[in-house]
Design a protein around this ligand. Structure first.
Ligand code: ADP
Ligand code: MG
Length: 698
């Protein structure tokens, strides 16, 4: 039922129609749509709902059953917030529905109060309980229902992300018009047999149903088609990327028995089984003539550095250079010191490139590196990427990858064959994320910690506990331990309610810690100043370091076992865990106190999770659930376009399926050169060609 007036235009032209030419839009609304990034009809068609209001499962009050998930449509009659005698508060919202009343309850979530007004129409979903006179639902899901659908029963309505001035009902109407008029001209990317074999609805059927589903089943089918398509395109791109990597050349850097024993002699401890396993995997990769592309993940303190050192020495043993890039100057310098100690009795030539060098020192170093007179170069990623020309670069190690984009790796200056790449991260990566954001990497995992680690005790404390906590802190300092006090901001101008870093420092120096030597570390200090502070701390001249999260990653001072985190609600879970990782490094137990003012439910859950476990893998899973993969492994950080339809938590099965199918497709048609795969290839290159640096094949 293509629109008669438009049949003389090609589908592509029709889909590129600007939104303002659509019925019911006009210039003013077009402006609002533009704000959402919606310029053309095609943009509208693929602006998928972020959620749905499922009004199909409603009950009147007399039909409610205990313990089953049900929805009730009604009007807010009364909103009451009361404090409880024990502690906390309870919010009760009385809802009048057909056949009676329902009371919705929230415990200790006073901020929910502002979400309700008397007279508002709402749909609440949850498991009801009968309490004598009235039905109750604790912590139900609530949706506001617009008047547009006065008695809407048995309907699933789309919920779109909005912008100010644009209402839900209006956007629904606009998208409905676009769908009715233009869905019939959409091009199908899948060959017909492929669709049938993989249980995929045609796009012209799926698109209308993804916006305005007839029922849950149709919605599931329609969604499946788009989720599958999105994940297949991504997996095709990754599969082709792997294929193309296999065609590149890298030096063969084999770990012979002699080399292996020479390297191991340098280590002052026995490697753990996990470290040996990772080393075996890395050595196998580096022994091949194609570039290694490997991610080493291991919890904080699991001992990733020696694994990296092994790999670097392997390169050096074959007369190649290695570069070690750290996210901060503090970390670069620490790596340099660690390496310096390990290599004190070897002939390995080690260079540190930081912002603190004078112009001539720097020039000289760069010349030596370019002439092949330096074996291992340590520095921040920014510095190494910007100016260093290597003579024979064999390996690049990127430490604490989550701090910056892995995909910037290709911009390194290099001559000759590609180097091998090893990327290290202390943020464990859930499998679904590994298969998407890092799908072109091989992965090694350190799950075990070196022996002799003591546990870290974590306390969520309130203002009333401060005095007792500082008492304890002083006792430990007198026993010779050291500590960190971490605060989230350094500027006075920050309007946040907690004190700035300098204020924290002043109040400690003139208060609970006045008899101790304190230091101050933050991102505003110059590199030499930072080095000096860290050096004093390492040497014990500073007993407590007041700092921002600059110490978050990697800093290794085993005698520091105390930590205070101020404004804990300001930190993400991965960040908190990284911070705490600083105090679990030596032979003494660690003590971490978090002072927080958790204003949201999410912050509360985050802090509870942080207190409940020190297992980074477990915390990563929780974080993933609380915030979603988009936040945790943001596309911004990794340079991969975000997923628009698929949800890695919900759609893990489809992901595995798409991955298998993509591999099979690329094996049967390398480069996707067959005509029936032309559209798939085009979509793949459009979306991922740049991010993954795919050469256009065929
Ligand atoms: P991370 O994985 O967080 O980068 P590091 O490499 O900094 O961890 O190691 C943490 C600490 O554990 C360091 O002090 C390091 O010397 C020590 N370490 C590493 N491997 C071992 C081992 N096999 N046995 C004993 N100590 C080790
Ligand atoms: Mg480290």
């Amino acid at each position: 039922m293509a629109n008669m007036t438009t049949t003389d235009r090609s589908p592509l032209e029709m889909l590129s129609t600007p939104v303002q030419y659509l019925k019911g839009v006009g210039p003013q609304r077009a402006e609002l749509l533009h704000r959402l990034g919606l310029k053309t009809v095609k943009d509208l068609l693929f602006y998928f709902p972020r959620d749905y209001q499922d009004l199909t499962d409603q009950r009147d009050i007399p039909q409610l059953e205990e313990g089953k998930l049900q929805s009730v449509l009604g009007v807010v009659e009364e909103v009451e917030l009361r404090s409880r005698r024990s502690s906390g508060c309870v919010l009760g919202v009385l809802i009048r529905a057909r056949g009676g009343h329902l009371r919705a309850l929230w415990f200790d979530q006073p901020y929910m109060r502002d979400k309700f007004t008397v007279g508002q129409r709402v749909l609440v979903s949850g498991k009801p309980r009968y309490r004598g006179l009235v039905w109750e639902m604790a912590h139900p899901r609530v949706q506001t229902v617009e008047d547009e659908q006065p008695d809407s029963t048995a309907k699933i309505l789309p919920v779109y992300p909005l912008t100010e001035g644009l209402e839900q009902w209006h956007l629904r109407r606009i998208i409905r018009t676009a769908v009715e008029q233009y869905a019939p001209v959409l091009e199908e990317v899948f060959p017909a047999e492929y669709r049938q074999a993989h249980d995929l609805w045609p796009i012209r059927q799926a698109l209308p149903q993804v916006h305005f589903p007839d029922d849950r089943e149709s919605l599931a089918k329609a969604r499946r088609r788009f989720v599958y398509q999105e994940l297949l395109i991504l997996q095709l791109a990754l599969a082709i990327k792997r294929q193309q990597t296999q065609l590149r050349q890298a030096p063969v850097l084999e770990a012979t028995a002699l080399i292996d024993s020479r390297i191991r002699r340098l280590f002052p401890f026995e490697l753990t089984a996990a470290q040996n396993q990772a080393i075996a995997e890395i050595a196998a990769d580096m022994g091949r003539a194609v570039p290694m592309n490997r991610l080493l993940q291991g919890d904080v303190g699991s001992g990733k550095t020696v694994v990296a050192v092994y790999a670097m020495l392997l390169a050096v043993a074959h007369r190649h250079q290695a570069a070690l890039m750290a996210p901060t100057e503090v970390l670069a310098r620490q790596h340099y010191l660690t390496l310096g100690k390990l290599l004190a009795n070897s002939r390995v030539r080690l260079a540190l490139l930081t912002g603190g060098l004078t112009g001539s020192q720097r020039r000289q170093l760069l010349e030596q590196i370019a002439a092949g007179q330096m074996d291992i170069v340590v520095g921040t990623q920014a510095v190494i990427q910007e100016d260093v020309q290597f003579a024979r670069l064999g390996l690049v190690v990127i430490d604490e990858q989550h701090k910056f984009g892995v995909r910037q790796r290709a911009t390194l200056k290099k001559a000759g064959p590609d180097p091998h790449y090893l990327v290290m991260t202390a943020t464990p990566i859930p499998r679904t994320v590994a298969l998407t954001q890092f799908g072109d990497f091989e992965i090694s995992t350190l799950r075990q910690s070196p022996p002799g680690r003591q546990r870290v005790y974590t306390y969520l404390l309130g203002e009333a506990d401060r005095e007792r906590w500082w008492e304890f802190f002083r006792k430990k300092l007198r026993q010779g331990r050291q500590g960190y006090v971490v605060a989230p901001v350094i500027e006075e101008s920050d309007t946040a309610e907690f004190a700035s870093l300098e204020q924290v420092y002043e109040s400690l120096a003139n208060g609970p810690l006045e008899e101790f030597r304190l230091g101050l570390l933050h991102g505003r200090l110059s590199p030499p100043e930072k080095d000096a502070v860290m050096e004093d701390f390492r040497a014990g001249r500073i007993q407590t370091l007041v700092c921002t999260s600059v110490i978050e990653v990697g800093v290794d001072v085993p005698n520091a076992t105390l930590m205070v985190i101020e404004g804990g609600q300001r930190f993400g879970l991965a960040q908190l865990h990284q911070l705490r990782g600083r105090i679990s490094r030596g032979g003494f137990p660690g003590y971490c106190a978090v002072f927080a003012n958790a204003e949201s439910e999410e912050a509360q859950q985050r802090l509870q999770a942080f207190q409940s476990t020190t297992d980074g893998f477990q915390l990563a899973e929780i974080d993933f659930r609380l915030r979603g993969p988009g936040e945790l492994f943001g596309a911004r950080q990794h340079g991969m376009p975000p997923l628009r339809v698929a949800d890695l938590l919900r759609d893990a099965d489809v992901l595995e399926e798409a991955r298998r199918d993509a591999q099979a497709l690329v094996e049967s048609d390398p480069g996707l050169a067959k005509p029936e795969h032309y559209l798939l290839r085009r979509m793949m290159l459009n979306r991922y060609g740049q991010a993954l640096e795919l050469a256009d094949v065929g």
